[in-house]
Design a protein around this ligand. Structure first.
Ligand SMILES: Nc1nc2c(c(=O)[nH]1)N[C@H]1C(S)=C(S)[C@@H](COP(=O)(O)OP(=O)(O)OC[C@H]3O[C@@H](n4cnc5c(N)ncnc54)[C@H](O)[C@@H]3O)O[C@H]1N2
Ligand code: MOO
Length: 410
């Protein structure tokens, strides 16, 4: 053929460039145009969700002037005429006249007229006359051992911004501030499809087959970021994979295995057959480079995504950190992933062109790489505090690297 004829006709298809690791995370983070809608949930059901509106105080905190110590509420300087009654936490007492005192417990509301609290160990009572003497090293001053109303916050004041993840501490604060329910974003529903006829569910590897390490590894992590509605094993069969993907009711389908080009790696074919839109098809990262992200056709008007994680276990973890966590966080309405950084304790070896994700231990904010970091290995990961993202070419000792800390669902 004359060379000129090569310039006519359909141009050859060129594969799009493989995104860098930071680009892939950003594509996953920005794939959903906005977080899932807001819902209200009781406190008992809100853990792990993300606030869809600021948490405001429904009360002053403390809600009333409160005794910080066990002792006596006193009015003015001592000595004081001791009253017969006392006030416990949860109770209320009649006003206190100047020059009088009454017994009070930590957490009890100060009676009107009280100026301070004298601790039990600083007071001495004359049993005959019912007189209370101040034996503190310095005489009790107004306001001593009182937690004044509104010391921490005032009613209507914002306490936490939209985008805050509801942790146990947030639940405690919300309850203290008077809330029974929280406005949070709906969490994405997630289904895990684990591919591979070679996988065993119990006992040691045998007959050329291996244990499924990814169901036990990924399901608790996925529960941190979403509502895991199911986890299924799918045989290496195109029709079964296509049907499982297309019929999944989840907002986000996660598959493991089948991303490469082996004889029974059907994921790309299934996605093409379903008219899915590939957003990421391989990433410049080791391990895990065959990971992918696709948008599935909508179901019932809902947008749906699929993250395809490579089958090698550490590669699947790399895919979870790179694509799944940013995607789910964004659907959850999370304010963004705050990167944790640490100094490399020694040189961290890199890949010439790709980011390397290396299991590291963190000690005093330095990161030390662990052995057994191969894509099919889990010994390094199991001992690690997280994965260091080592840029192409590696980093010398002392320089700073981002460390992705594993979520701890317990
Ligand atoms: N010709 C090429 N072959 C491969 C390439 C390549 O670029 N060209 N990439 C390699 C890389 S890198 C990876 S990672 C794997 C990705 O493979 P798949 O996603 O298709 O995964 P499988 O082939 O199904 O499995 C790979 C490996 O992982 C084991 N596996 C799978 N699932 C589990 C599980 N749940 N628990 C434990 N182990 C699992 C599986 O038995 C295989 O050993 O492709 C390379 N090949
Ligand atoms: O994803 Mo593979 O090496 O990168 O196991």
């Amino acid at each position: 053929m004359h060379p000129a004829t090569l310039t006519t006709g359909t141009p050859p298809e060129v594969d799009p460039p493989v995104p860098t690791w930071p680009q892939a995370r950003e594509i996953a983070r920005t794939a959903p145009p906005h977080p899932l809608p807001a819902v209200t949930r009781p406190l008992s059901d809100a853990l792990g969700h993300v606030l869809a509106e600021p948490l405001t105080a429904r009360t002053d905190l403390p809600a009333f002037d409160t005794s910080a110590m066990d002792g006596w509420a006193v009015a003015g300087p001592g000595p004081w005429q001791l009253r017969d009654d006392r006030v416990l936490a949860g109770g209320q007492a009649e006003p206190l006249a100047p020059g009088t005192a009454l017994g009070i417990a930590t957490g009890a509301q100060l009676p009107p007229g009280a100026t301070a609290v004298l601790r039990r160990e600083h007071g001495q009572v004359d049993p005959s006359g019912g007189i209370l003497f101040d034996r503190a090293p310095t005489p009790v001053a107004p306001g001593r051992d009182v937690r004044p109303r509104g010391q921490e916050c005032h009613e209507g004041q914002p306490l936490l911004p939209t985008g805050t993840t509801v942790t146990p501490a947030v639940l405690g604060l919300a309850a203290a501030a008077g809330h029974d329910r929280l406005a949070v974003h709906r969490r994405p529903t997630v289904e895990l499809l684990v591919l591979g006829d070679e996988l065993l569910d119990s006992g040691p590897p045998r007959g050329g087959r291996v244990r499924d390490a990814l169901t036990p590894l990924l399901t608790p992590w996925l529960r941190c970021d979403g509502e895991l509605i199911g986890s299924r094993r799918i045989a290496d069969d195109f029709g079964l994979l296509r049907a499982a993907t297309s019929d999944s009711p989840a907002d986000v389908v996660i598959t493991t295995g089948g991303t490469a080009a082996g004889p029974v790696d059907f994921l790309h074919r299934a996605l093409a057959d379903l008219d899915a839109r590939l957003l990421v098809d391989s990433v410049a990262v080791r391990p895990g480079h065959p990971m992918l992200l696709a948008e599935l056709p909508p179901a019932d008007g809902r947008r749906r995504w699929l993250a395809g994680l490579p089958g090698n276990p550490l590669a699947a973890v790399a895919g979870t950190a790179t694509l799944v966590h940013p995607l789910l966080s964004s659907l959850n309405g999370s304010a963004g992933i705050v990167p944790h950084r640490a100094a490399a304790a020694a040189d961290l070896p890199g890949h010439p062109r790709s980011t390397r994700l290396l299991p590291v231990v963190l000690r005093e904010n330095t990161a030390t790489a662990l052995p057994f970091d191969g894509p099919a290995m889990l010994c390094g990961l199991a001992l690690s505090d997280g994965l260091a993202a080592v840029p192409p070419g590696g980093v010398p000792a002392g320089s700073t690297v981002e460390v992705l800390e594993a979520p701890r669902p317990w």
